[in-house]
Design a binder for this molecule. Structure first.
Ligand code: FE2
Length: 283
């Protein structure tokens, strides 16, 4: 049943050269599940069990997600930024059902996968290639990396749900930065930063689970990606991520913010206003 959505947090990103303001809804970690009549008993049990696990705010994940889609139909943001773990685990039915939910609503949904898009809770798991192929139509045809050009700025999605940035993703990100437009960067795992990493390590995670953090480790392309994101040449104006299952806002570089969303199944929705900046490319 549809319930009104309360915006949990409102943030502003300033970008020069805008002729109008833009509005986005940033959500992550909806963790929806669904089993159809034809699915196996194991799949039906998993869908029901997990729907109960993530019912932590007196609402089932699919209902919390439906409410956001409904709210977007009414308020007409420019897009919904879906920062991964949108399905709780990979099955064809979960992905198909998500596709049906999105198709029933009008708002553009910009979607990066999380680690849960590639997990199975012990159900049969196809190859990464098959999973990406099934998820692909929901992610502009390219789950690993995509660019959505809004004109004066780009929204760039990078799949970091496997904890590393690949050389191919790095090369595509470099090419996007060379366009010289401000970038709103979408990830599932947030990136290592002086503000966030110590906070995560002291939280119930018990370790720095960010990209490049101590828990998952790092490698050369990942480090190069992090350095480029933090440099002013990348023109990354803000980062929108999830994964931690709590909300956080902090600078990833001076004057530039990384926003982590709390789970949408707890009814968390962040409204992002992108407004004109009169002087610098970012403030
Ligand atoms: Fe999650």
């Amino acid at each position: 049943m549809t319930e009104p959505v309360t915006i949990t947090e409102r943030v502003t990103v300033k970008i020069p050269g805008l002729e109008r303001p833009y509005t986005f809804l940033h959500i992550s970690d909806t963790h929806i599940t669904h089993a159809y009549e034809h699915d196996s008993d194991a799949e039906k049990e998993a869908a029901e069990k997990q729907a109960n696990v993530w019912n932590q705010a007196d609402i089932f994940p699919v209902d919390a997600f439906s409410n956001v889609l409904e709210y977007a139909d009414e308020t007409k943001p420019d897009a919904i930024l879906m920062a991964g773990d949108v399905v709780d685990y990979y099955t064809e039915s979960n992905v198909k059902y998500l596709g049906e939910m999105l198709a029933a609503h009008k708002t553009e949904c910009l979607y990066v996968p999380g680690n849960h898009e590639y997990g199975s809770y012990g159900l049969a798991l196809p190859s990464m290639f098959d999973m990406r192929a099934k998820l692909s139509p929901l992610m502009t045809g390219s789950p690993e990396f995509w660019v959505r050009d809004f004109g004066p700025f780009l929204v760039v999605g990078v799949d970091d749900g496997t904890y590393r940035i690949t050389p191919e993703q790095l090369a595509r990100f470099k090419a996007a930065t060379e366009l010289g437009k401000p970038i709103l960067l979408m990830l599932h795992l947030p990136i290592r930063s002086d503000v966030l990493s110590p906070y995560v390590a002291k939280s119930w995670w018990g370790s720095d689970v960010t990209i490049g953090g101590t828990f998952h480790g790092t490698d050369e392309p990942t480090e190069e990606f992090l350095a480029l994101v933090k440099s002013e040449e990348s023109h990354v104006a803000a980062i929108f991520a999830g994964h931690l299952h709590y909300a956080h806002s902090g600078e990833f570089a001076p004057g530039r913010m990384q926003y982590v969303s709390a789970p949408a199944f707890t009814r968390f929705v962040r409204e992002v206003s992108v407004i004109p900046s009169l002087n610098k490319w970012i403030s």
